[in-house]
Write a protein that binds this ligand. Structure first.
Ligand code: PEP
Length: 256
């Protein structure tokens, strides 16, 4: 069985003091949750402190983005190798907020994906449709385009060392969650697309759901066979809410 992953995307939130308190509470709460991998992705300036505080913790650390370049004259950018050097295990690539605000297209995201893997990080590749895409029946077309960019550039074997997060854009930060049926349909679609290239890679691929996942709706989503955890925004800033999701994932895995 795939080991579920619950990853918190803190986005541009936190402070040294608030992070310390949140991480201490999370670390206490996740002890004994070994059936599920847990990660936090704080803003880059807090990564070193986060890694230091979690030195003896099962909680892994990830970046929220990385450059597609290794080094050089790219003001403000952070190389995947730098994230690795300070102790990151994961990095989110292609988050919809960056696709929208920084105009990252799928080819660029695929280069970031490759840069992350070249540095030894596990990329968390975000894919997902806008509301107008869903309403126009284009969900699968959009998700395929985002996935294919990586499959074409990196090859299916690269997904062996990666995580995909299905995040319907209309559900992110809106309080509007995809129904379990809507999520299940797209997760199964993603797995089937990968299986066309390599069934074994598809079977092992962790596909997370992201979009207003909270402790009270997590159980219904995480019980579904193709949902292998969550990428959590808002609820990851609250120890109780995030732990509730981790516990839902542990319970879902225990039920098989
Ligand atoms: C996200 O930004 O990846 C996310 C899922 O946010 P939220 O949980 O707040 O919808």
């Amino acid at each position: 069985m795939r080991k579920a992953l619950v990853a918190g995307n803190w986005k541009m939130n936190g402070s040294l003091t608030a992070n310390r308190e949140l991480l201490a509470a999370l670390d206490d709460a996740v002890q004994g949750s070994d059936a599920v991998a847990v990660a936090v992705c704080p803003p880059a300036v807090y990564l070193r402190d986060t890694v230091a505080q979690l030195q003896n913790s099962p909680i892994a650390v990830g970046g929220q983005d990385c450059s597609d370049e290794e080094a050089g004259a790219f003001t403000g950018e952070i190389a995947a190798g730098m994230l690795k050097e300070v102790g990151c295990e994961y990095v989110i690539v292609g988050h919809s907020e960056r696709r929208a605000r920084q105009h990252e297209d799928s080819a660029w995201v695929a280069r970031k994906f490759a840069a992350a893997q070249a540095a030894g990080l596990v990329p968390i590749l975000c894919v997902g449709e806008q509301l107008e895409d869903r309403e126009a029946g284009r969900t699968e077309t959009v998700v395929s385009e985002q996935l294919n960019a990586v499959l074409d550039a990196a090859g299916v074997a690269a997904l062996d060392r990666a995580v995909v997060a299905y995040e319907p854009v209309w559900a992110i930060g809106t309080g509007r969650t995809a129904t379990p049926d809507q999520a299940a349909e797209v997760h199964a679609f993603i797995r089937s697309r990968v299986a066309r290239h390599d069934p074994a890679v598809a079977e092992g691929l962790r596909i997370l759901y992201g979009g207003s996942m909270k402790a009270d709706n997590a159980a219904g989503l995480l019980a579904l066979p193709d949902i292998d955890g969550g990428l959590i925004g808002g609820a990851s800033l609250d120890a109780e809410a995030f732990t509730g999701i981790v516990n839902a994932a542990v319970a879902a895995r225990a039920r098989g």
